[in-house]
Design a binder for this molecule. Structure first.
Ligand SMILES: [Zn+2]
Ligand SMILES: [Zn+2]
Length: 349
């Protein structure tokens, strides 16, 4: 029902209950059966209050742009999402009013799940055009949120790390055993970087920036070691072996899997060009299908060298377009085949 029909109906209900109430009160004053009327009057009054509240909510929603049941809906959504800020990951179950729900497309009554982000008030204030939120934030609020963010870091730092690969460099080994869990959370985006050097660390593992610091090199060598370990050591000799690529998936048998080129093709390409470029690497090399591309995205840190852009899949969605994957957001989307996207060839073995 659109709002104008809602209003029409609600005003009708309001009038109906109001008339009923007036009639009952008149009858009570003129007739003798007192007790009986009291009960009816109370019931009708309650109905009338309910209708008036709905009218208020609807009027309010016209004014603010939020849906009429927004308050309840927002609370339920925050409960459902565990009171966690989607960006800095802190839990605000004890300060529920500091957790907001942000509409990504700015349409305040578009409450589809993928349009909603639960954000702490500080993360929310950092969204474009949300500066006004900052004005309402006092020192106490900042203190609560910052200390929650810091304690997420502290907890991880103290937890140690079960280092299950051999690291030759003693200093790296030491750093990993002590801070591995914390570095892992930073690299995976499970916690928010709080300092410039942590920011740099994150950009190394999420954006492919060159590692510079000891911590960055330590985590890099750890990733390198686990990717080696992930390579099937016992490939049973058959005619399909990896062809010098980086293995990023092995099936349950441990004998077959997928490997990728260690770098993107040097230039972006249309979909037709992308297919040719991939196949030019030799027998069985090809453009990844939609599903293969998802596996590749999941192992992007192990494989390395990706940019935050769209990559072609071989999966066609029509004559005109084909599927591709954003290596920034992880979403799969569809693009016109004439668009110029990045290409990473893979091979099944
Ligand atoms: Zn936050
Ligand atoms: Zn917002």
């Amino acid at each position: 029902m659109d709002n104008s029909r809602c209003f029409e109906w609600l005003y009708g209900e309001e009038e109906k209950y109001q008339e009923e109430l007036d009639g009952l009160i008149y009858l009570r004053e003129s007739e003798a059966d007192y007790e009986h009327y009291e009960e009816k009057i109370r019931f009708t009054q309650e109905q009338l209050v309910g209708v008036k509240q709905s009218i208020l909510r609807l009027e309010n929603s016209e004014k603010t742009g939020y849906s009429p049941n927004w308050k309840t809906f927002s609370r339920l959504t925050r409960i459902e999402r565990g009171w966690k800020c989607d960006r800095c990951k802190i839990n605000l179950s004890d300060y529920g009013e500091l957790l907001h729900i942000h509409h990504k497309n700015r349409i305040r009554n578009d409450n589809k799940g993928n349009n909603l982000e639960t954000l702490c008030i500080l993360c929310h204030a950092q969204c474009d055009g949300h500066n006004h939120i900052m004005i309402g934030i006092d020192d106490e609020v900042v203190r609560v949120i910052v200390s929650k963010r810091q304690s997420m870091h502290k907890e991880l730092i103290n937890k140690g790390f079960d280092l299950d690969v051999f690291i030759e460099n003693k200093e790296h080994d030491h750093i990993l055993r002590k801070y591995g869990l914390w570095l892992q959370a930073l690299a995976n985006g499970d916690i928010l970087p709080l300092t410039e050097s942590q920011n740099h660390f994150v950009s190394v593992f999420q954006k492919g920036v060159k590692p510079e610091t000891t911590y960055e090199n330590a985590w890099q060598s750890y990733l390198h070691q686990i990717s080696n370990k992930a390579r099937p050591t016992q490939i049973i000799p058959c005619d399909s072996l990896p062809d010098n690529g980086i293995v990023f998936h092995v099936d349950a048998s441990g004998k077959h899997g997928l490997e990728a080129q260690s770098a993107d093709e040097s230039s972006v390409a249309t979909w037709d060009q992308a297919k040719q470029l991939a196949e030019a690497h030799g027998q069985d090399w090809h453009l990844p299908s939609k599903d293969e591309l998802t596996l590749l995205y999941e192992q992007r840190i192990v494989v390395g060298g990706f940019t935050d852009s769209l990559y072609w899949s071989s999966t066609e969605t029509s004559n005109r377009d084909a599927g591709c994957q954003s290596f920034l957001s992880g979403h799969q989307v569809v693009s016109f085949k004439f668009n110029l996207l990045r290409v990473r060839a893979i091979r099944a073995f």
